[in-house]
Ligand binder design. Structure first.
Ligand code: DGJ
Length: 749
């Protein structure tokens, strides 16, 4: 609900559990008053502005305005006129001078939401949300700023964005437009971010914020493996299940900045949006610029409360609706098994074995086009290599379909290799700086898809391939960061638009793809999980999480990813042991149980497997089919983290009606002479009785009270009250050996 309290000149935005309050100081400055647990009433709230207190008072400071500007908790801050903190907006006038001063003009409350043009966005289906549109103006610049706040009725979520309009008759240049700001009490002195690199994406990092700032950012052209467009501030006491936390997540896939900063008087400001580095956006008279959306979530029930709200929002109002209930196919992908050395016969062999094992789909990865036998060639030539695919793509797909399997295809449309027909015809189509040869990464270059002829030239090829055979799934890869970002076509003053225009062109291409092939399941990917963000989820309901398929490494990668993103979005496959990236040997059962936490598949040579392991696949697929609906639609709870305890990892998913839950426990390191671990479940109905079964994948083999994991199945653990399972917990027995996984089914009787 959105309420304007006239007497207080105050906006009170409420969700089921939260209040967000901003108000006018002196009738013109829009400032932030409160974001936290829901308040029944706002009486007296404006005192939090401390307007009688030096230096907060604009009146007292008329002589010395900058004293006020540098401390006031602006709702959407601006640079150049006295606020020295990390701010949202910076604008140059026609003389190249920077300085903005935004003052309140009017506001409107609209049922539903205003969809940001050209950008992925949370959806505002009828009746689910309302939007507050506050119009701010800088009279000197002739600049109008619409601050949008979409408030969800059933979720503790506020979505912010800003639309900047040049209503003057002179040119303006935007040098910084962030999406939104978060002001928190200074006692919240820790920051959570998701940090990493290739193969170690989205590892949870929790650090103190005492002075200065902590940021997560990317200037790599994509959201990146190094940092994720997310940042939360929380108190030192906050745990998974209790305490306060404020999260910000950006619905965007390019350069971003997320920063939390303690200012000179101890106030905490957080900002999130497009990274200002390299960004410069000329705005002619009458033109507008729309920022991406920033999603704000507050929880007073711990980190887990925030996580589940993000999951609900992204599943229900970001990802295409059909994927909330539609099953995802279990797939086999040939990449790790064959790399680029495959042909029709090999793939048919994969398909046959996959069919026998109950798998739904074969995915042909990199290497099927041009003459791509290694990574030195062919990106840009999206036609079939007939030497490998004898008889063409359609013959292969038809044959796979005839076996009862779907077919999926890998593409990397944004790239070009020098050894390609496309490059020989259009050497100027890649990004490049005048007079400088662009640098290669993985022997490839980035196409300037902001140019219409390049966009069209690539998209028409992709469309032709997908039209040539019944393709059910596309894995859209992107294997390098952007460098040498210059366009030979663009005016000098417009080069600073390129990075954002690139992201918009990418979005346009994926939107077009889905319009042309509405049944398609799209899975994004970027050298593993380097573009796993809410922007890409708007187009693809699942994203390849990491090239690191080692199940033990995946524990922290998946834990970090699931901190913000629904578990049903995490592409996860069973691969060979020893693992190709780490050399670690992990039991087949554990590799499967960890991959089942996301969307499930196999990425190994399914034709030539150990027969005992191969025989387990149908059972694993059947088990995944039971867990998948709960993963997809239920609530996710993080019970314990190997990252923190250095011993074991544990998470559970609970169906929304609390009638069914699955808990996965991974004993990472075995230890002698320690009792079984007591694990307290979460999210169950305290009054219900549950039957608990454990999939031991093995019989109990008593040896000093340990279990050893063998090739067997499920055993009853007993009947318990939900209350007991959550308060007293159950004892997970000590298992023999490192890297052992147990799966508990918890079913209401
Ligand atoms: C990177 C992806 O993450 C891998 O899964 C694979 O598709 C390769 N690219 C292919 O080049």
């Amino acid at each position: 609900m959105i309420q304007y309290v006239e007497g207080q000149q105050l906006f009170h935005l409420t969700t089921p559990g939260t209040s967000y309050i901003c108000a006018l100081a002196d009738g013109e400055w829009l400032g932030h008053l409160y974001y936290g647990s829901k308040l029944a009433d706002t009486t007296g709230m404006e005192s939090a502005f401390r307007l009688n207190e030096f230096p907060y008072s604009p009146k007292v400071n008329e002589r010395d305005k900058v004293r006020f500007m540098q401390v006031f908790p602006f709702e959407y801050s601006f640079l150049g006129t006295g606020d020295y903190r990390e701010s949202c907006l910076s604008v140059e006038n026609e003389h190249g001078q920077s300085g903005v001063e935004l003052k309140y003009v009017s506001h409107e409350i609209i049922p539903g939401k205003i969809v940001p043009a050209e950008l992925p966005h949370t959806r505002g289906e009828e009746g689910c949300c309302d939007t507050l549109d506050i119009l701010m103006r800088d009279d000197v610049l002739g600049l109008e700023v619409h601050l949008m706040y979409t408030v969800y009725r059933d979720l503790d979520v506020i979505v912010k964005s800003a639309r900047i309009i040049n209503s003057s008759d002179a040119p303006r240049t935007l040098t910084r437009v962030l999406s939104g700001q978060l002001n928190a009490r200074p006692d919240f002195a820790q920051v959570l971010t998701l940090h990493g690199s290739w193969g170690r994406e989205r590892t949870i990092t929790r650090q103190n914020l005492e002075t200065g700032s902590v940021s997560a950012e990317s200037i790599r052209g994509v959201s990146s493996a190094e940092d994720s467009p997310f940042l939360a501030v929380l108190s030192r006491e906050t745990t998974q299940t209790a305490g306060e936390i404020w999260g910000m997540s950006l619905v965007y896939s390019g350069n971003f900045l997320a920063k939390a900063q303690i200012d000179q008087v101890g106030q905490l400001r957080g900002v999130i949006g497009i990274h200002p580095e390299g960004f410069s956006w000329p705005l002619a008279p009458g033109e507008a610029f729309q920022s991406p959306e920033a999603v704000l979530v507050y929880s007073d029930s711990g980190i887990g409360g925030m996580t589940r709200t993000f999951h609900d929002l992204y599943r229900e109002h970001l990802i295409e609706k059909r994927w909330l209930t539609q099953d995802r196919p279990v797939l086999v992908n040939n990449w790790e098994a064959t790399m680029m050395n495959f042909d029709t016969d090999i793939l048919i062999g994969f398909a046959k074995s996959a069919k026998e094992a109950g798998i739904d789909m074969l995915v042909m990865d990199d290497g099927w086009f041009g003459h791509r036998d290694d990574d030195t060639s062919s990106l840009g030539d999206w036609f079939v290599d007939e030497k490998k695919l004898k008889g063409g793509l359609k013959r292969l797909v038809d044959e796979v379909n005839a076996m009862g399997l779907k077919f999926g295809l890998w593409v990397e449309p944004e790239m070009i290799c020098e050894d390609s027909e496309l490059f020989r015809a259009h050497p100027d189509w890649r990004f490049q700086l005048s007079g400088r040869k662009p640098g290669a990464l993985r022997q490839q270059y980035v196409l300037d898809i902001t140019r219409p002829e390049v966009w069209e030239g690539v998209y028409s090829q992709i469309k032709a391939v997908l039209s040539s055979a019944p393709i059910s799934y596309v894995k859209w890869d992107m294997n390098r960061y952007l460098s040498d970002v210059g366009s030979l076509e663009r005016e000098p003053g417009c080069q600073g638009q390129l990075l954002h225009r690139y992201v918009l062109a990418l979005y346009r291409m994926q939107a077009q793809l889905l319009e042309d092939f509405p049944e398609l399941l799209l899975e994004n990917c970027s050298s593993g999980g380097a573009r796993f963000d809410a922007g890409m989820l708007f187009y693809s309901p699942q994203i390849w999480t990491s090239d690191d398929t080692d199940a033990i490494e995946r524990l922290s990668i998946q834990e970090g990813t699931a901190l913000v993103f629904p578990v049903s979005t995490m592409g996860a496959h069973v691969s060979v042991s020893p693992n190709q990236q780490t050399g670690r040997e992990v039991p087949f059962n554990t590799r499967a149980k960890v991959a089942m936490a996301g969307t499930f598949g196999y990425e190994l040579d399914i034709r030539n497997m150990d027969p005992e392991e191969k025989a387990q696949i149908p059972g694993q697929v059947a088990l995944f089919r039971k867990i998948h609906p709960v993963n997809r639609e239920g609530d996710y709870y993080r019970i314990a983290s190997f990252r923190e305890n250095h011993s074991y990892d544990c998470w559970m998913v609970v169906q929304k009606d609390r009638s069914l839950a699955y808990m996965t426990y991974v004993q990472v390191l075995a230890a002698p002479n320690r009792p079984g671990i007591r694990v307290r479940m979460q999210g169950l109905d305290p009054d219900a009785v549950y039957e608990v079964n454990c999939d031991y994948q093995g019989a109990m083999a008593a040896r000093n009270g340990e279990m050893s994991i063998g090739p067997e199945t499920s055993q009853s653990v007993g009947r318990f009250h939900g209350d007991t399972l959550m308060k007293a917990g159950i004892i997970v027995p000590r298992v023999r050996g490192d890297y052992q996984a147990l799966l508990y089914e918890v079913r209401r009787v």
